[in-house]
Design a protein around this ligand. Structure first.
Ligand code: PMP
Length: 403
C-alpha cells in the first residue's frame, strides 16, 4: 500500500463540519448558529468602522510607506505595547518590567505558543481544563503531549438550564498537582456562556496561588462580551495584580472582526525581568520553528485602531454595537422560547458572549438541523447567527424539537 494511504484518516473538525452541512442545506430560511463569527442584523459579515478606517489609512500611505517586509520574530514592539495596554490597562506601568509579549497567529497561535513552552520545559507536564471547553483546547494539549484532565464547570443537577458548579470547580482546582497548567477562559466562556462572578474569580485566583498552578488565561473575547474592554479584562487584571505568574493568550478575531487576518498576542506575566527574558527567548524559538514570524497586515490594523484616539473611540462604539445586538438577540430568543414552551429560559439571558448553551440534547439538535437551524451537537448556539428576520422562527424550531 502507499505511504500516504497508510496514514489513518482524521475526523472532520466538528465546528467546520456544521458550516459545511449548513452550506449544503437546500432549505430557504436556514439559520447558521454553528461557527462563532459575528454577523450584522442582516446576517452579513461585519467590517468594523474603526477597522475600515485603519485599513483606509494604510492604503493611503505613499509608496514605500507600507511594505511587505519580514516582521521581527515576536512582532513589532509598537504592536506589543498597544496590545499590552489593552489587556492590562492601568496596571501596565507597574507590570512592564516583568511582562513579555509575542505576536501570534490569533488566539489559537497564542495558546499554541504557551502550551509548547510549558510542554517543553515544565517537569510537571499536566494541564486542566473546564468540562466542557472549546474543542480545540483539548486537541492542542494532546498534540503537545500533555497529560490532560478536566475540572468541573456546569452544575449536573440542572442540565436544561446550564449554570456554574463553582464548588466542583474549586474542589478540582484544589486537588490539582502543583505546577499544573490550568486553562481558564477570561470572559465569555466557550461553549457555555457561563462565567464566574468577580467574587468567584478572586477565589479561583487564590486557589491558583495556593496550589502554585500555572494559569493560562484564554482571552479571546475582550470587549466583545460586555461591550466594554475594561469590564471584560477583570480576570486578566486580577491575576496580574496578584502577581501570579501566568500566560494571557489574546485574540483580535472577535473584538476587531479580524478573524482571517490571524492576529493575536501571547503575554507572559513573569516573576521578574530575567524570568520574562528567558520565557520570551524560548517563545521566539517556538515561533521561529513553526512559522518564523507573524503576518503583518492584521497587526498594522490593530496598531492603527488602538494607537489613534479617534479610531479607538470608534472601536469602543463598534464593540458596544456588536455586544448590544447579541444581548438583544438573547432577549428575543428567550422571549420566543418562553412563548412557545411555557417554561423559563432565563439562562439564555444570564449567559454572556458569542455563545449560548441552550441545554438541548444531541437528538434535539439533530431535529433542529432537519428544519434548517444549525448549531453544535452540544446544544451551543452562536447568537451572532440570529437576527430580527430569523429569531422567532428559530425559537419555534427549537421549541418543536424539545416537545
Ligand atoms: N479560545 C476560545 C475560547 C475561542 O472561542 C476561540 C475562537 N473560537 C479561540 C480561542 C481562538 O480563535 P482565533 O484563533 O480565531 O483567535
Amino acid at each position: 500500500s502507499s505511504l500516504f494511504g497508510s496514514f489513518p484518516a482524521a475526523a472532520e473538525d466538528a465546528v467546520f463540519a456544521v458550516t459545511r452541512r449548513f452550506n449544503e442545506c437546500p432549505l430557504p430560511g436556514k439559520v447558521s448558529c454553528g461557527v462563532g463569527a459575528y454577523r450584522d442584523s442582516q446576517g452579513r459579515p461585519f467590517v468594523l468602522p474603526s477597522v475600515a478606517s485603519a485599513r483606509a489609512a494604510l492604503a493611503a500611505l505613499p509608496a514605500g510607506g507600507w511594505t511587505h517586509e519580514y516582521q521581527p520574530i515576536g512582532g513589532p514592539p509598537a504592536f506589543a505595547e498597544a496590545a499590552q495596554g489593552l489587556a492590562f490597562g492601568p496596571l501596565l506601568a507597574g507590570l512592564a518590567p516583568r511582562l513579555g509579549s509575542v505576536q501570534s497567529l490569533s488566539g489559537t497561535g497564542a495558546l499554541h505558543l504557551a502550551v509548547s513552552l510549558y510542554a517543553k520545559f515544565s517537569p510537571v507536564g499536566k494541564v486542566l481544563f473546564s468540562d466542557p471547553t472549546w474543542g480545540n483546547h483539548e486537541a492542542m494539549f494532546e498534540a503537545a503531549g500533555l497529560e490532560a484532565s478536566t475540572y468541573r464547570y456546569l452544575d449536573p443537577a440542572t442540565p436544561t438550564t446550564p449554570s456554574l458548579d463553582f464548588a466542583g470547580l474549586k474542589e478540582d482546582l484544589l486537588s490539582a498537582p502543583e505546577g499544573a497548567l490550568v486553562l481558564l477562559q477570561a470572559c465569555a466562556h466557550n461553549p457555555t456562556g457561563v462565567d464566574p462572578s468577580p467574587e468567584q474569580w478572586r477565589e479561583i485566583a487564590a486557589v491558583c496561588e495556593e496550589r502554585k498552578l500555572v494559569p493560562l488565561l484564554d482571552n479571546a473575547y475582550q470587549g466583545f462580551a460586555s461591550g466594554c474592554v475594561e469590564t471584560d479584562a477583570f480576570a486578566v487584571r486580577l491575576f496580574a495584580e496578584r502577581k501570579i505568574p501566568c500566560f494571557v493568550a489574546c485574540s483580535f478575531a472577535k473584538n476587531m472582526g479580524l478573524y482571517g487576518e490571524r492576529v493575536g498576542v501571547l503575554h507572559v506575566v513573569a516573576e521578574d525581568g530575567e524570568a520574562r527574558d528567558n520565557a520570551v527567548s524560548q517563545l521566539k524559538i517556538v515561533a521561529r520553528t513553526t512559522y518564523s514570524n507573524p503576518p503583518s497586515f492584521g497587526g498594522r490594523i490593530v496598531e492603527g485602531v488602538l494607537g489613534d484616539a479617534g479610531r479607538r473611540e470608534q472601536w469602543e462604539e463598534d464593540l458596544r454595537g456588536m455586544a448590544g445586538r447579541i444581548v438583544q438577540m438573547r432577549e428575543r430568543l428567550r422571549d420566543g422560547l418562553e412563548r412557545e414552551t411555557g417554561s423559563s429560559w432565563k439562562h439564555i439571558t444570564d449567559q454572556i458572549g458569542m455563545f449560548s448553551y441552550t441545554g438541548l440534547t444531541k437528538e434535539q439538535v439533530k431535529a433542529c438541523e432537519e428544519k434548517g437551524v444549525f448549531m453544535l451537537a452540544s446544544g451551543r448556539v452562536s447568537m451572532a447567527g440570529l437576527n430580527d428576520a430569523n429569531v422567532d422562527a428559530t425559537a419555534k424550531v427549537m421549541a418543536d424539537a424539545i416537545k
